[in-house]
Design a binder for this molecule. Structure first.
Ligand SMILES: Cc1ncc(COP(=O)(O)O)c(C=O)c1O
Length: 414
């Protein structure tokens, strides 16, 4: 594929130059049509049995996006009380929020308890704390199934090298702690990690969690976590994550479990990235081109403060070059260039030594798959205010869904 934005008509007939003329660069641009399609895909992962997908909002916490997620019928999981409050602001009722925190204080737990939000405890020590605060309550626990998967060690959240969850050998002590406080463990959840492109590791983890589920008597739900991948190398032909293949595998496992146990269980998942990644591109302007010791650089205003994934994980994002609002296609000639940002760090590189269409000063770069862990991981490092987010609606109109920060926003806390 030479151009993703052309292939899917990402800008829906709008000229990206008009968008940046109004909102500046850098700017996150979302496509509502693609977003809704992804949401519907995850909502249908399991059809034969009771199932609910929870959107993992750490991937994207924009209020407009949360409202769309709610409207489409997904539930949501939150990692902090800040996330819980955003979900409440978007209109999510307590029974559609799942609080899955890590190492939280009494105050955070109390907030969720008072609101009647189901909490998943991620260690025996946190279960003990929860039990002291809310004896007799219903809760869930996060299990580490001993299997992890992901695109980088930093996002593998299960297995033998992670801080997350309770390992299987500690379940007797966990149950004892629950008994002591008269807690009812109504759910178990797991999250093995992020970004796998084939269902196998997920199905292996589902199999394992279903086996572990036999150790709990009062289960009402089992949550298998997120992690469904997005093809970040789509320009090179990488194919989409095959949701149908996942459905086939998972429904077989769930069918066997129900036949064996006769239990009425709600099954859940927690996808974040898959829902939002390819519904957004990040536009930035090229302000300088240069050669340093025979290496070419295109200097843009997309710093690591705006999109940190390449710096943090060495992640790959496809990059397109736009001139006069249209993609410059690789077939017009390419060169090897590093696309960098404007931050005072050597690691401030969006795309390292990439073969790209020849970039000129004044071009726009269009970073693909920016919707997940993009804006939600932004920072004002180097005192650069965070960018705006805009959405191209299904009717083709463009609306601002978060204004750009200003210098005044940055200094408000002093
Ligand atoms: C507990 C939990 N659930 C769900 C997710 C979402 O993962 P992904 O965005 O890969 O689907 C994460 C990501 O870190 C997580 O920690």
């Amino acid at each position: 594929m030479e151009s993703f934005v052309n292939e899917v008509n990402f800008f829906e007939g709008n000229n990206p130059e008009d968008i940046v003329a109004q909102y500046g660069t850098p700017v996150y641009v979302y496509n509502e049509r693609i977003l809704r399609k992804r949401i519907r895909n995850v909502a249908g992962v399991v059809k034969k049995f009771p199932y609910k997908a929870n959107f993992s909002m750490k991937a994207n916490s924009n209020l407009t996006i949360l409202k769309i997620v709610l409207e489409e019928g997904l539930n949501a999981d939150a990692m902090s009380i800040g996330e819980v409050k955003l979900l409440e602001l978007a209109g999510f009722p307590a029974d559609r929020i799942f609080f899955v925190p890590n190492n939280v204080s009494d105050d955070e737990l109390k907030y969720a308890i008072d609101k009647g939000i189901t909490v998943s405890l991620d260690s025996i020590s946190q279960l003990e704390r929860f039990g002291r605060l809310s004896p007799g309550a219903r809760c869930a626990v996060r299990i580490n199934p001993g299997i992890g998967a992901g695109h980088s060690d930093s996002v593998v959240t299960a297995g033998k090298n992670t801080k997350f969850a309770v390992e299987e050998k500690d379940i007797p002590e966990l149950l004892e702690t629950a008994r002591k406080h008269n807690l009812k463990i109504v759910g178990i959840n797991q999250h093995i990690g992020s970004l796998f492109m084939a269902p196998d590791p997920y199905l292996a983890a589902v199999t394992n969690l279903l086996r572990i589920a036999h150790k709990f008597d009062d289960l009402e739900f089992i949550d298998f976590g997120g992690g469904f991948g997005t093809p970040y190398h789509k320009l090179a032909g990488e194919q989409e994550f095959d949701i149908n293949l996942l459905t086939e595998g998972i429904e077989k496992l769930l069918g066997d479990f129900i036949a064996e146990t006769g239990k009425q269980i709600l099954f859940k998942s927690e996808p974040g990235r898959y829902v939002v990644a390819d519904s957004s591109v990040l536009l930035g302007r090229v302000y300088a081109t240069k050669e340093n010791y025979d290496k070419k650089y295109a200097g843009t205003d997309i710093g690591q403060n705006v999109l940190v994934r390449p710096t943090l994980y060495g992640s790959w994002h496809d990059v397109e070059v736009l001139r006069d609002g249209k993609p410059v296609l690789p077939s017009s000639g390419t060169e090897v260039v590093s696309v960098t940002g404007n931050i005072c760090e050597s690691g401030d590189i969006i795309a390292k030594e990439r073969e790209l269409p020849v970039i000129k000063e004044g071009d726009l770069v269009c970073v693909l798959d920016a919707g997940a862990y993009g804006y939600s991981m932004c920072s004002p490092y180097n005192s650069r205010p965070r960018p705006a987010e805009v959405m191209i609606c299904e009717d083709g109109s463009v609306k601002c869904i978060r204004r750009a920060e200003t210098f005044e926003d940055l200094i408000r806390l002093f």
